[in-house]
Design a protein around this ligand. Sequence first.
Ligand code: NAP
Length: 488
Amino acid sequence: MSSSTTVGTAERPLRVAVIGSGPAGVYAADILTKSEAVKSGELTVSIDLFDRYPAPYGLIRYGVAPDHPRIKGIVNALHKVLDRGDIRFFGNVEYGTDITIDDLRSHYDAVIFATGAIKDADLNIPGIELDGSYGGADFVSWYDGHPDVSREWPLNAKEVAVIGNGNVALDVARVLSKHADDLLVTEIPENVYKGLKASPVTDVHIFGRRGPAQVKFTPLELRELSHSKDVDIVLYAEDFEFDEASDDAIQSNNQIKTMVGTLTNWIAEQPEDLSELKASRRLHLHFLHSPLEIVEDPENPGHVGGMRFERTELDGTGNARGTGEIIEYPVQAVYRAIGYFGSALPDVEFDHKRGVVVNDGGRVLDVDGQHVPGLYATGWIKRGPVGLIGHTKGDALETVTYLLADRENLPVAAEPAEDAVVSLLESRDVRFTSWEGWLALDEHEKSLGAEATAAGGSHGVAVERERVKVVPRDHMVKISRGGVQASV
Ligand code: NAP
């Protein structure tokens, strides 16, 4: 942007598009509007937030487990930002098809990609393609009522393996093992309740490839496992191995210390004879198990029948090495929860090894490592799927700081009028949703919750339901756009 242009003034604000309305996108938009330059009146900005889903909030709506109201509560903060009215929301708009990079270039001076990561990282072991082998992230999408995921989920396994020792593994294992009635207080959609209610599951096993001091869980989430009614936690003494690095971690890291404390307390309280456990379901935590192969069920060809591991031992540095001992567990389903992976975006250089947009501190780079003027990234698509939601704020601040530092050199949009992008989407028959549309859908979902509460609860269980989620994309769009009050 040459200094002689008037971009950034009240007559011609700096036009910025943010792609993705999860925490990363909303934080970036919010931080930009609250930047010193804007607050002092030196700069005027006009921000449009796009999302491929008809509803905002990304990961919070479609990635956080329904029985995590504390984290779901972040929605209230995001709502406040978008409800101020200085950031426009366009839902149900897919980057790359409904709106392309060329469109964004001609309507905005800068674009921030905040598309997150929703896919499962690959686990390349034999048998991964068998029926009954699933991605944890796909299961999360299902139980969170993601509009693009099948509404049916095959829950017919009695014994299940969950691979990974991160918080997603805990979420997946907790939801699989919890009794469906105990989830009725949450916003779970009807189809999810019915699916979980019919599940014959008795044993869910979580497997970590390293030791108890190397888990990637967080203390609160780990402790929460013991809150599920009629689910016993089972641990195994032979898995409690600590090397020098483990001792160092326990001494120096409070979170690790707390979690090792929790785990050792649990095992100390456990009866020696496991048959004395009384719950109808068990959640087993195993350590030092490295996944080798998903075994086919000989009586049900093409379907998971077991999970084979190599037992590992710690090598002194906190890493694990194989011992050559092979252990097999009879399971009928395997969920890998070994991390998320970002998806490539059209017309943006992508690092296929790390699953991130190629960038330097949030400045998007081209194939030669040069900053593409006007393009930025933030959140998991910038730094990979690590860290809690709060970490995303610092990330957004870094990206926005670069954007503002680049202000004088941004390419100037040819069609900056706010109406122009609306006309473009309308001309393409894109059934986009708006903030007002979301408020209508929000009300609708809350009214479904109120109806259930007034009727004395759901499915014979007396619970207060704050919300019942609407799942099909079409229904979400219809309700948001003021159409028929479609049901769930
Ligand atoms: P994560 O925290 O990175 O954990 C991944 C786990 O998978 C690790 O235990 C890792 O073991 C294991 N793993 C990776 N590759 C493996 C392989 N080939 N074989 C066996 N195990 C393997 O990932 P995540 O659970 O997807 O979570 C992503 C982020 O979201 C994290 O920051 C998490 O805290 C956050 N999150 C938070 C919540 C919450 O409730 N607060 C809920 C969900 C997610 P190694 O350590 O040995 O590599």
